[in-house]
Design a protein around this ligand. Structure first.
Ligand SMILES: [Zn+2]
Length: 228
């Protein structure tokens, strides 16, 4: 997925939850995963070369590190870890044939209906993602050379398989799946947070003000009604 689209997807998914400056920290960490130094030897950051187990493990590790940081009141590293995992999660749809397989099952469906985590597809032996055939693959990123280089690359290369921008087939489906998945990843973390941790994570302090833990009377009333 190209930088501009990682940004759009992350912003669309997380705008409802994060304050603008907190969201920006998440986005910067997401985009940082595409730095040149992470393009070689970091297949698991991008679900390249069918590194599905390693990609999943990386997402779990980043989720744990975000939760750990929040337990220690460190919002910035938590947002950075979360931003990193959103990048990997979004790349699943742009770099693998998950969307093609999903559309085989649902040929009439609209992009917004895409299920980003259909278990049967995640276990499908046909699921694979593009390999980067360096050094030739690097030349495919140069617009003037692209059309000469791509025909020389195998069909399972990143150049053939990627859905990184709207010019690629199924882009709307990959985009919609990535937005949904990003939102799901947020909820996986959010459900484990106290109101205070959540407010620190998202930078939305009003969540704290409206939280029941700051309204002991409400809490007591709830207990009363439970007893009836
Ligand atoms: Zn990537």
């Amino acid at each position: 997925m190209k930088t501009i689209h990682h940004r759009e997807i992350t912003a669309q998914a997380l705008n409802p939850y994060f304050a603008a400056d907190a969201l920006e920290t998440v986005i910067v960490a997401n985009l940082g995963q595409d730095a040149m130094r992470y393009q070689f030897g970091y297949d698991h950051f991008h679900y390249d070369a069918s590194a599905f187990a390693a990609g999943d493990a990386y997402i779990d590790e980043m989720r744990r590190s975000a939760l750990d940081a929040l337990q220690h009141g460190d919002a910035l590293p938590a947002r950075a870890s979360f931003g990193r995992l959103t990048h990997t999660a979004q790349d699943l749809y742009a770099h693998s044939n998950y969307i093609a397989l999903w559309r085989e099952l649902h040929p009439e469906a609209e992009p917004g209906e895409t299920d980003p985590q259909l278990a049967v597809l995640l276990k499908d032996s046909r699921l694979h993602s593009g390999r980067l055939y360096y050094p030739l693959e690097a030349l495919s990123f140069i617009p003037a050379l692209k059309s000469y280089v791509i025909p020389l690359l195998p069909r399972d290369s990143h150049a053939w398989m990627n859905i990184d921008d709207p010019s690629r087939p199924n882009y709307d489906f990959a985009y919609a799946a990535a937005v949904k998945r990003t939102s799901l990843e947020y909820r996986l973390i959010a459900e484990k947070l106290t109101a205070q941790q959540s407010a620190q994570f998202t930078g939305r302090l009003f969540q704290l003000e409206t939280s029941p833990i700051f309204h002991p009377k409400t809490k007591m009333q709830n207990h009363k009604s439970e007893g009836l």
